[in-house]
Every structure is written in C-alpha cells, then in structure tokens.
Design a protein around this ligand. Structure first.
Ligand SMILES: *Cc1c(COP(=O)(O)O)cnc(C)c1O
Length: 464
C-alpha cells in the first residue's frame, strides 16, 4: 500500500507538470548538461547501495529517534514542485508556492487559536526558534532569555548568536519547568522572555504553559513556546475526551510566539519548520532594504518577514498538498494519525508496567516512551550496562532487528523517582523510543514481547 501510492501520485503530478512545460515553445537542453546513460546507471547502483546504510526509518521496527519518512503525498508534491524549483523568499521567486505558504501558515496559526498572526516557514525548528528569540531580544534588548534545563540545546547556543544572556530554570523530576523556580527568577527583573517547551525532545514533557503564562504576564515578560515536536498535539487537546493533558495546549494562543516543525509531526520532508507571532507588528524588526528582490507586488513578501533569504517553495507546496488531503482536524486528518501515535505510547506504557522485565522512567505525556531494564543489583551502572546491551542486541538481531535509542539521565533523579536505585555513577543510560508512526500502535505488543525476550536472553547467542 505504502509503496504504491508514491510512484502513482508522483507520476500523475509529474505528467501534469510536463503538460504545463510543454505549453512553452520547445528548446534544446544544452549538451553540457547531458550525462551518458552508462554513467548514470553506474552511479545509480552505487547510490542505491550507499543508501542502504540507513536505518529503516519507515518501518515500525524503527523506534529510535524522532525520524520518519514524509507522507508519500508530501514527497510527491515536493518532487513536482522541485521541477520548477521556486524560491519562497519573494513572490517573484515563487508566486504560487508563496501563496501556499501564506495559506498553510494561516492554518497552523488557527490550529493554535491565534486571532492574528505573522509567520512563515523556515528551514528548521532551530532557525524558527532563532527568529523568535531574535525578536524577543529586539523588544527587550537588555534582558535575559530563560528556558528550562530540558529545553532544546540550541536555545543556549542561539542566545550566544544573538548576544542575549540566558538563564536556565530548573525542571522537576518529570522534566517540566519548575514554576516556583521560575517565579524566583522573574522577581529579579532580569528576564525579558521565557521559552516554554511544549514537548521536550528527550521525554516529551510539556512545560505547564497554563501556569507559566499568568506568571509571565504578571512580570511583563514575553512567552515563546517551543512546540517544534509537540505542537501538532494541540489537535488532540481539542477532542471531547483528550488523551493528553489539554491544559498547556489550550493556552498556546496566549503566547507571543510559537514554533512548530512540520518536518517532525507534520508528515513533511526535512527543511520545514514554522514560526508564528501573535502580534503582526513585530514585522518591523525584519525591515531591510534589498533593491533587487522585489518587483511585481506591493504585498508583504515572505522575504520581508523572514530571517533567511532563499527557501524552498517546494516545502510550502508539500505542506499545502498534505494539509489539503490530511487536514489539521482533531478527530480525522492529522488528529487521527496523532491519536494512534499517542495510543501507541499509552499501550507501550501499560505493557511495560504490567511486565517484570522493564520499568518506566516517566509516564509518557505525548508519544515518547522512556524505560530501562530491571537489573540486580539495581545500580546506575548495572542498569546502564544492561540498557546498552539490549540496545545493541536489539539492533543487531539477525532476524528481527529493533531500533531503539539511548537517553542519558541523572542517576539521582532516577533514584528520586524509583527509590530502590543506587546512583553509583552520575548518569544512567536508559532506553528511549519515539513511537511517532501510526503503525507503531499495532506493533507495540510485538515490540514489548521482543524486548522482554531480549532482556531474558542474558547471554544471547550471537549469530553474526
Ligand atoms: C527538534 C527540536 C528543535 C530543533 O528543531 P530542528 O528542526 O531539528 O532544527 C527545537 N526544539 C525542540 C523541542 C525540538 O524537539
């Protein structure tokens, strides 16, 4: 099923594109661009061979990092748009795809409940966050930017880039920003912006925006939500019986800026982040004078409200096509997909808790699960060793490989959460799986069974 849809849709889109192309007067492709069939064939084979080095990101057996292929419709639309290679920097560079970008960014802003907005796509979540922090610094030039210990590592680095001081707010043991600590820091008057993470990259923990926003308003501080990974779960917060804690998501509309990555949970190929601001007047900070970019329109160009210059119009085309077919709805469209990934995490959590072989590190809030093998003696070093062994044996299993990921956690935190653990080293390696494909739901029982078998096999015979 999966392999059918892509070539047929891609072919259809391509032939529609060729129809358009052939409405133009014919011309000869220059001979310098030609490559002989023999060379292409040879390189293709080598290329396909080299590409096999990848892990099977498409398969439910891959439950490691936050990675999966784009939806075949997105890939097909991207491929078609690439025949034209529009540049969404300016309306002149990509008239059609710039309009699509404006539409999809509007859809995203409305998903969060923003009443007005200014925003655009970016090449990544990192760049989108950089823009939000840059605007924050422009509004509060002498103040610091605060984020929790578990915020994405790029925030600290980007504060260095924009020459803003940064402050780290401690997190509680579940990985969320500690609001008591936040208030202490806000009282000093040094902070101009707080970054709340809506789904941390390590645990999927959601900072309590519902508490952070009133605090920040009280101290006249901006709030930026880094929802790069978790943002689309907003759809699930609007279900009648939400299977996530809806409170933080339902406050996203009160944030000054929000970042979400369509290339994470929005079914898009890499190269697609998004930033939206609730106050369109921040556009004034982007003002620049570029005599050579704009010709045809007096409308606001995307390049006038974006830090980056050239950006692929194909990314906007892919997202536009995807959202037309799989809309940002709660009970159907993307919501139905995320419901399954969330249910996969819940099912995994339940099975792990009912078995004896593993323990959960924290309860999953979205679709990331964290767990570790019960070990005797229960020391941080034994758990780490057993974890690393399972990771390798799972991945190198001769018949049924499973791809998981490692997470380093603070051993004292593990002890605080699980009592019996002896923190004989500073950090403990545990297992982390991102169950971000809807197919993970049906696969979870198999996955847990295989993990339990691996944990029992102790000295599993290596057949390779
Ligand atoms: C992935 C992620 C980022 C970085 O986004 P990229 O698209 O990888 O640059 C930032 N913040 C959070 C919470 C993330 O999960």
């Amino acid at each position: 099923m999966k392999t059918d849809i892509n070539p047929s849709i891609a072919q259809k889109l391509l032939s529609l594109h060729h129809e358009w192309e052939s409405s133009w007067e014919g011309y000869q492709q220059d001979e310098t661009l030609a490559v002989s069939d023999g060379v292409v064939e040879h390189v293709s084979e080598e290329f396909a061979e080299r590409m096999k080095e990848n892990y099977p990101f498409f398969h439910p057996r891959y439950a490691g990092q936050m990675l999966k292929p784009a939806h075949p419709l997105a890939t097909a639309a991207y491929f078609m748009a690439m025949q034209i290679n529009p540049n969404n920097h300016a309306l002149d560079g990509g008239p059609a795809t710039a309009k699509m970008e404006i539409e999809v960014v509007g859809d995203i802003a409305r998903m969060f409940g923003l009443k007005s907005h200014l925003g655009h796509l970016t090449s990544s979540g990192t760049i989108a966050n950089l823009e939000a922090l840059w605007i924050s610094r422009s509004l509060h030039p002498s103040k610091a930017i605060a984020f929790s210990t578990f915020a994405h590592y790029t925030h600290k680095r980007m504060c260095e880039v924009i020459k803003a001081d940064s402050v780290e707010i401690p997190a509680d043991d579940s990985g969320k920003m500690d609001c008591t600590a936040l208030e202490q820091i806000l009282k000093t008057g040094k902070v101009g912006t707080v970054v709340a993470t809506v789904g941390t990259t390590s645990l999927g923990a959601v900072d309590p925006l519902d508490k952070i926003i009133p605090l920040c308003r009280q101290y006249n501080v901006r709030v930026h939500a880094d929802a790069a990974y978790g943002g689309f779960f907003t759809l699930l917060a609007r279900l009648n019986a939400p299977i996530i804690d809806p409170a933080p998501f339902l406050h996203l509309f009160e944030c000054d800026s929000i970042v979400v990555d369509p290339h994470k949970h929005g079914l898009q190929p890499y190269g697609c982040g998004c930033v939206v601001f609730s106050d369109p007047s921040v556009g004034k900070f982007y003002k620049h004078d570029s005599p050579y970019s704009y010709f045809t329109s007096k409308d606001l160009h995307l390049g006038e409200i974006s830090l980056e210059c050239s950006r692929p119009g194909a990314a906007a085309a892919a997202l536009w096509f995807t959202l037309k077919c799989i809309p940002l709805k709660s009970d159907t469209g993307l919501g139905a997909i995320l419901t399954k990934t969330r249910q996969a995490a819940l099912a995994f959590s339940k099975l792990i808790a009912s078995g004896k072989a593993f323990a959960e590190f924290v309860k999953p809030e979205l679709d990331i699960v964290t767990y570790y093998p019960e070990s005797e003696p229960p020391t941080a070093s034994f758990i780490s060793k057993a974890t690393e062994k399972i990771l390798l044996e799972a991945m190198h299993h001769p018949v049924r490989p499973l791809y998981l990921a490692l997470l380093q956690i603070n051993s004292k935190q593990l002890q605080r959460l699980h009592g019996r653990i002896e923190p004989d080293r500073e950090t403990t390696s545990i297992l982390r799986s991102v169950l971000m494909k809807p197919e993970h739901l049906a696969f979870v029982p198999t996955m847990v069974k295989e993990l339990e078998d691996l944990s029992k096999s102790g000295n599993m015979e290596r057949r390779f």
